[in-house]
Design a protein around this ligand. Structure first.
Ligand SMILES: [Zn+2]
Length: 251
């Protein structure tokens, strides 16, 4: 059976068993598979990969393996300049946008809380999430490696933590979003950008006692919800502070 030597870099090692991490190892395969199929058989989803070098030459996912090659595999560098190498995707993302799978609903809510454009479509199966990702150039966030191995998917990130608050910090750090956060600027439910409205415009939906004590109201043009700086707002501010994510709120 033919074999090739592999070395995976940085966080791609998270997908490998201990004995294969951060070192060269030999992997056997049958026939002439594409490099993508062999890498996924090893356990690393193609969406996590940006650059593959075979014997020092930068190649695409379709490159066949014959045996005897030395393969180096690098993760998606969303933030480093690697322009001299052939990247596997033609254009970088202009804006970082996400879609989370159904199991990460709380992460989706937290991301919207800090103003990051994030959809969490209810009741969507894997195929629908992949299509949404392609149509709107959104990065899929998931804990399901099977979803990231779907052939059509181009952008995805496997969430390491199982706790929603840690997941929020993980995403912000990984995609280096710290500088661009706009807390309380989006609807927590439907992701639309909120706009200011005055108290009289929200008479029907906001109780009188709230209208008497609050001056700033923000309405969602998507679902009609109205937000104000109540106790929930203060708790969320405290949470962001605790996570080291506090910046000046938009509302
Ligand atoms: Zn809304």
């Amino acid at each position: 059976m033919p074999a090739a030597t592999f070395r995976f870099y940085e966080e791609l090692n998270d997908f490998l068993p201990e004995e294969r991490r951060k070192r060269q190892f030999s992997h056997l395969f049958r026939g002439n598979p594409s490099i993508k199929d062999v890498i996924e058989a090893i356990g690393v989803p193609h969406t996590e990969i940006d650059i593959i070098l075979i014997d020092g030459r930068s190649v695409g996912f379709g490159e066949p393996l014959r045996g005897g090659e030395r393969v180096s595999v690098y993760p998606v560098f969303e933030r480093l300049d690697v322009s001299p190498l052939v990247r596997l995707r033609a254009r970088p993302l202009r804006r970082t946008r996400f879609v989370v799978d159904v199991h990460l609903e709380r992460l989706g809510r937290y991301l919207r809380l800090v103003g990051v454009d994030t959809l969490s479509p209810p009741d969507s199966d894997d195929a629908a999430i992949v299509e949404l990702s392609l149509a709107e150039r959104r990065i899929v966030l998931t804990r399901d490696r099977g979803l990231l191995k779907r052939a059509r998917l181009q952008r995805g990130y496997w969430i390491r933590s199982s706790k929603p608050r840690e997941q929020l910090v993980e995403v912000i750090r990984y995609f280096q979003l710290e500088g661009g956060l706009t807390p309380f600027s989006r609807c927590l439910i439907c992701n639309s950008l909120l706009g200011p409205v005055n108290g009289s415009a929200v008479e029907k939906v906001v109780p009188l006692s709230v209208r008497a004590s609050q001056t700033g109201f923000f309405a969602c043009p998507g679902c009609g919800r109205v937000y104000w700086q109540g106790s929930h707002y203060r708790r969320m501010r405290q949470l962001l502070k605790k996570l080291g994510l506090a910046s000046e709120p938009v509302c």
